[in-house]
Design a protein around this ligand. Structure first.
Ligand SMILES: [Zn+2]
Length: 128
């Protein structure tokens, strides 16, 4: 790998990692589900067919599916949080492609490797 290409990739990698750090704040893994329902209160307009709109986030965690109620006022935030999750994965894929290219060229190194007392031979390559 020529030095110009390496410099370009490292610069791009640092920028992507910075963006990843910013993007991942507030991310939520899940899907937004919009629907309509009756509330069950006597005399409510929903009994006449004017159903209440509701929004939930369908997500998974600890091996289970979860539904999280989204207040109408927070719908925009929920959309943004789910978009942040998807963007985070896109950034990770892009970072991985750059790292594969650096790895193939023998110039990839983990910036902060875990070291043990008896492991001084690890990660001898220059940190990027
Ligand atoms: Zn109702």
């Amino acid at each position: 790998m020529n030095p110009t290409r390496r410099k370009h990739l490292v610069r791009k990698l640092k920028k992507l990692c910075h963006t990843l750090n910013e993007t991942s704040i507030g991310l939520i893994r899940g899907s937004l589900v919009r629907g309509q329902k009756k509330c069950g209160r006597k005399g409510c307009a929903c009994n006449e067919g004017k159903l209440h709109r509701h929004v939930v986030i369908s997500t998974q965690g600890e091996g289970k599916s979860h539904i999280v109620y989204v207040p109408v006022t927070d719908e925009e935030q929920a959309v943004a949080s789910i978009a942040a999750y998807n963007e985070t994965w896109r950034l990770i894929e892009e970072i991985s492609l750059i790292n594969i290219e650096l790895f193939k060229a023998g110039v990839l190194s983990v910036a902060n490797p875990k070291k043990t007392k008896h492991d001084s031979s690890r990660n001898r390559k220059t940190a990027i």
